[in-house]
Design a protein around this ligand. Structure first.
Ligand SMILES: [Zn+2]
Ligand SMILES: [Zn+2]
Length: 406
């Protein structure tokens, strides 16, 4: 697609000393009255680096100086037009950063929990905290997140926080719009990042690890001794291996079509690997499990063919957990009689529950139970953001890539 070849770097405004009137001293710490963000304009057009007005958080929202943002297939789906989203927008939804400012009238408990200057990590599902689902703790189903952010590209008052510097044109936000030097995040989508965890590697906690945790903890409900197969060794799939290992799974089977990714899977806890180009994945999974199939199979690609493989790989009474987003309108097939007679559960899972899960993920990373360092295979500079997505599109990234923003 040539995102990188064509990327234009807009000239950064050099008015570095005229920021004082724009907002309070705490938030002007970059010394500028503008910030850069990577804008997606339309399908198959390159991202361009644009100058934005400094975003202003509203009540119970927090302005963050973005330190790093992960490179995820969901962004690529948007950029390729496979998942419809409002344009122009800033994608990027897997961030770490430093707190610059609280929105006016923010709850005092939020301010105490997240003081200015704190290090934080953000979840891509940013719960409103008050809707029907959030009030039951089901942050992953937050009504406002889906109704406003995913459907309209805004935060929960129906407005974006991103405006181009010169024209004032509004730009939509995919989650918090992480591919920018600053972003606004609803406070419930954040948790504190301890000093011991680096900004760059920790960015992946907010989507890859978060999605894997949600799938394993809430959808699959993995128990010690369960056998688990994971189809698709991208950032999310390989994180599923580490979470399955942390939950005490016995056989952990990694399925992919690239030997390099399968080799790496072993370092994340895979006890067996299957190259689906060279052998039949379902047959092989049955063979490894003594003919029965696995307790839990996870599909992390979002393709009809692997959806079916996932369904066929589970044992009677087992769970097929679908976490890969497909092209809009794609359908997955199942054998109805097999599903009915053998009590197969097909479960969808989009992510984790920010308030409950994100602090636990941070602890798993802090204690080394989840190895962040090995999970991040490539680090790009902000200027190379186009190249990062181009390489992701080519399947050239093993594990997860992260963009360092500042
Ligand atoms: Zn993602
Ligand atoms: Zn909600």
């Amino acid at each position: 697609m040539g995102f990188s070849a064509l990327i234009r770097i807009a000239k950064r405004l050099s008015s570095s000393s005229s920021s004082s009137s724009l907002f309070s001293s705490s938030a002007s710490s970059n010394g500028l009255n503008t910030m850069r963000g990577a804008v997606f304009w339309e399908t198959n057009k390159p991202l361009t680096m644009e100058n934005f007005q400094i975003p202003r958080p509203k009540a119970n929202e927090i302005l963050i100086k973005t330190k790093a943002c992960g490179v995820c297939h969901s962004d690529l789906h948007v950029m390729k037009g496979e998942i419809p989203f409002h344009n122009p927008c800033v994608v990027g939804h897997e961030i770490t950063g430093e707190i610059l400012q609280h929105g006016p009238q923010t709850d005092s408990k939020i301010i105490r929990r997240f003081p200015i200057g704190s290090r934080v990590v953000g979840a891509f599902i940013m719960p409103c905290g008050n809707c029907h689902y959030c009030s039951k703790g089901h942050d992953d189903l937050c009504e406002d997140f889906f109704a406003y952010n995913r459907a309209k590209g805004t935060l929960y008052d129906g407005e974006t926080r991103l405006f181009l510097q010169d024209s004032g044109r509004p730009v939509f936000m995919y989650s918090m719009g992480g591919l920018a030097e600053m972003c606004v995040v609803p406070a419930h989508g954040l948790t504190i990042l301890p000093e011991s965890l680096p900004y760059t590697e920790s960015a992946i906690l907010g989507c890859a690890v978060f999605t894997a945790y949600g799938a394993m903890a809430h959808a699959a409900e993995v128990r010690p001794g369960d056998s688990v197969a994971v189809i698709g060794m991208g950032g999310v799939g390989s994180s599923c291996l580490q979470i399955a290992r942390a939950f005490g799974a016995s056989d952990i089977i990694a399925v992919d079509v690239q030997d390099e990714k399968l080799q790496k899977a072993k370092t994340f806890g895979a006890t067996h690997t299957v190259n689906a180009m060279k052998e039949d994945a379902v047959d092989k999974i049955r063979e490894i499990t003594g003919g029965k199939g696995v307790d839990i199979a996870v599909e992390a690609l979002g393709k009809p063919q692997t959806f079916l493989q996932c369904f066929k790989s589970v044992k009677d009474g087992g769970k097929a957990v679908m976490i890969g987003l497909a092209q809009a309108g794609a359908f997955g097939e199942v054998d109805i009689n097999h599903l009915v007679r053998r009590k197969i559960k097909v479960i969808g899972s989009y992510g984790g529950r920010a308030r409950e899960d994100l602090p636990k993920l941070v602890r798993l990373a802090e204690t080394g139970v989840f190895n962040l360092k090995d999970a991040v295979s490539k680090v790009y500079k902000f200027e190379d953001v186009g190249k990062a997505y181009e390489e992701l599109n080519k399947g050239a990234i093993v594990g997860r890539a992260v963009i360092e923003i500042m």
